[in-house]
Design a protein around this ligand. Sequence first.
Ligand code: IMP
Length: 184
Amino acid sequence: MEIADVRGDLSQVLFTPDEITGRLRELAGDVDRDYAGKDLVIVGVLNGAVMTVADLARDLKTHCEMHWMAISSYGDGVTSSGVLRILKDLTVDIEGRDVLVVEDIIDTGLTLSYLVQNLRGRQPASLEVLTAFRKPAAAKCDVDVKYVGFDIPNDFVVGYGLDYAGKYRNLNGLGVLDPAVYGG
Ligand code: IMP
């Protein structure tokens, strides 16, 4: 889906598809450099990180496995519920492996800190985080993030895997959802 198809629902366009994939290509270069000769396991966080993992992985020159976890955080609303649980766990053992968690967005950081703590308990050789987007002004906890695509303002955004009530995930760019759409 193109930005033009939902332009009326967005108060602002933040990034075009080319800007996002261009930045991910740069990050893939960083990951290639850092993981040369390592046993890279990408853990994508469903559902939002599907686009980021797909684009990043295809730009990598390093072999990697791709696995998925799902964590509940948001319901259909635009604010975090604060209640986290694993809805889908990994189907592989990550002990002794080099794990790169790939997120769509870091908002409060609560989901990520829960996930990182959980995965560290499984004793990977290393554990790092890559996110396509991050909202520094929304941070409620300190999580180490090695690779960041873009820092963005503290607005509710949609597109490139990010949804509102299940919609807009297939939008190829990123935009700020007009508050009128969710009655904000
Ligand atoms: P956190 O735990 O507050 O960092 O939230 C992380 C999760 O909330 C992300 O993986 C997204 O699924 C969702 N989320 C946070 N901000 C947004 C947004 O602006 N648009 C859509 N989803 C968001």
